[in-house]
Write a protein that binds this ligand. Structure first.
Ligand SMILES: Cc1cc2nc3c(=O)[nH]c(=O)nc-3n(C[C@H](O)[C@H](O)[C@H](O)COP(=O)(O)O)c2cc1C
Length: 202
């Protein structure tokens, strides 16, 4: 018999996805790929994380998405981190394609060409990364992990860390966009220095 739960916990049914039952903080990025006919594709992704301390970054996708298909074919993708003021354009990048295979919502986001890979980055983003495909791992249910090696990276001058400016001052003046899955968002401008343990090593 399972042990008794502490009274302040409820158990989730793990035969169903649990992720809609609570909130979780995530980044929100626009992954950029190029369609087979050369058009720009952008798609919002919140299941994103650095893959270790070197310059690798991964996101979760599905083979059903054009992002997956384009990245698999071209072996490259870009990743742009939009600002809170770019939220609507970010969301519209998930507009379903119309009968002519056009994702109309993409018109709300302006892009510029990447320099090291064939692709496009989002104008006005806080961080913009160009990635060569490192690995695609299928098999997380219907999902896949797509990992890129970052071969070029750019940061907006008002947002990058700078020895002349306090970290909190940078975040207060250019707040970060966070996705609170499953369907809320936040602008993070009020932050605190992390209380690292003395002697902590990463
Ligand atoms: C806020 C938000 C977050 C999303 N996060 C993800 C994600 O992490 N992974 C994913 O596969 N799809 C995610 N999606 C869904 C895709 O962005 C959406 O299906 C998109 O239209 C796929 O476009 P594509 O077919 O051009 O790749 C998200 C959508 C929104 C609105």
């Amino acid at each position: 018999m399972p042990e008794q739960l502490p009274p302040d916990l409820i158990e989730f049914d793990t035969s169903l996805p649990i992720w809609d039952r609570f909130f979780m903080v995530a980044p929100l990025v626009l992954v950029g790929t190029v369609e087979a006919d050369g058009r720009v594709d952008l798609a919002p992704k919140h299941m994103v994380m650095p893959m270790g301390w070197q310059n690798f970054i991964g996101f979760v996708c599905t083979p059903r998405h054009r992002t997956y298909q384009n990245a698999q074919r071209d072996r490259v993708f870009t990743m742009s981190f939009p600002r809170p003021g770019q939220l609507v354009g970010t969301s519209l990048s998930a507009t379903p394609r119309d009968d002519g295979d056009i994702k109309r919502g993409l018109g709300a986001v302006t892009t510029f060409p990447a320099r090291q890979v064939s692709g496009y980055l989002v104008e006005g983003a806080v961080i913009a990364l160009e990635c060569k495909l490192h690995r695609m791992i299928d098999g997380f249910g219907e999902n896949s992990l797509i990992v890129g090696q970052i071969v070029a990276a750019y940061g907006a001058t008002d947002s990058v860390r700078d020895s002349e400016r306090d970290d909190q001052e940078i975040l207060a003046s250019t707040p970060l966009l966070a996705y609170l899955q499953p369907g809320r968002w936040a602008q993070i401008g009020m932050t605190y220095s992390f209380p690292f343990a003395e002697g902590m090593k990463k």
